[in-house]
Design a binder for this molecule. Structure first.
Ligand code: CMP
Length: 140
């Protein structure tokens, strides 16, 4: 499988509980390298732009409120099949349906406050990484 990059976000519910290091250890322990990382607070406009694909979903407003309610850590992760691998490490969107040992099973508070975001395809990964990082900020 090819070396890929994927965009990860450690969400406000996880930064609030000081889980950044534990979550990063899971990525690194499973072979993903953190090639870019920054902690920031999303503005409402940035949250709306990032999640624009969900703008007609009933949870959009609440999701954007949540995503700008506290700090997030945005990251580019690199490795073999990084997009799918990160989705395995995260587990299902709904923590009630997430497999044992996944980040969302172990840490998520709810389907909304689900601790992490990860890109769903290599194409979206490229778009999402470019949303947060310039090429100069990514060091493989
Ligand atoms: P994420 O992987 O970041 O993509 C969209 C986000 O919307 C999702 O994780 C959740 O945080 C949030 N969300 C809230 N409610 C739902 C829902 N019913 N279905 C899917 N995602 C939801």
């Amino acid at each position: 499988m090819a070396i890929e990059r994927t965009l990860s976000i450690i969400k406000p519910d996880a930064t609030r509980r000081n889980l950044t290091g534990q979550i990063n250890a899971r990525f690194e322990g499973k072979g993903l390298r953190i090639v870019a990382q920054k902690r920031l607070r999303l503005s409402r406009a940035q949250a709306e732009a990032f999640y624009a694909v969900h703008k007609d979903r009933p949870f959009f407003r609440s999701l954007c409120d949540f995503m700008c309610s506290g700090p997030v850590v945005v990251q580019a992760l690199e490795g073999e099949g990084a997009v799918a691998k990160n989705r395995e490490i995260m587990g299902a969107t709904d923590p009630a349906k997430a497999a044992p040992g996944t980040i969302r099973k172990d840490f998520a508070e709810s389907i909304e406050a689900n601790s992490v975001h990860g890109s769903d395809s290599p194409e979206n990964a490229a778009i999402e990484i470019a949303f947060f990082f310039s090429g100069l900020e990514i060091v493989g």
